[in-house]
Design a protein around this ligand. Sequence first.
Ligand code: AMP
Length: 184
Amino acid sequence: MITRSRPDGREELAADVRAAIRDVPDFPKPGIVFKDITPLLSAPALFSRVTDSMAEGAAAMQVTHVVAVESRGFIFAAPVAQRLGVALIPVRKPGKLPHRRLREEYALEYGTDALEMHEDALGVGARVLVVDDVLATGGTAAATRRLVERAGGTVVAFTFLIDLTFLNGRQQLAGSPVDAIVEY
Ligand code: AMP
């Protein structure tokens, strides 16, 4: 696991984020504790601190593109891309993107799902920050990294609001720095 010292204010931010996340047991199915981020989105100052922190963490990485994972990743990725002054690239569920696409499948508990990205979204040498709300098993993020690499880019870091560490998602992302504001 990659650890790094947290800049000033990160502990306070983490505590405030933790207080703004609502646990919803048995959603969307029995046994899952869903991390509901909507209270955080309703707190504009806190929401800004979160995306400031995500952007600050990547400020020295020469990021050229922020890749946003559908759908809650979009909410955080758009302000981060604007703060960094770089392109925002959506990774979407199948059938949503209109132009020529790359596609990567990934395993779910039962069956598979897939993600797509426009094949011309990045260029060779693109330095990508991947943004999503929750790191769970890591399947979504790992499939996103494969899309980035097939499109000619490199993932320089992943940043999440929440890491559900008991699901060991970071194992699937070995080789790339992974940051999360709060861990459970
Ligand atoms: P995974 O591919 O297992 O890492 O799952 C990550 C995706 O599923 C993220 O895009 C999350 O939005 C969503 N997700 C997984 N588990 C949860 C959870 N307990 N609460 C909220 N969202 C979750």
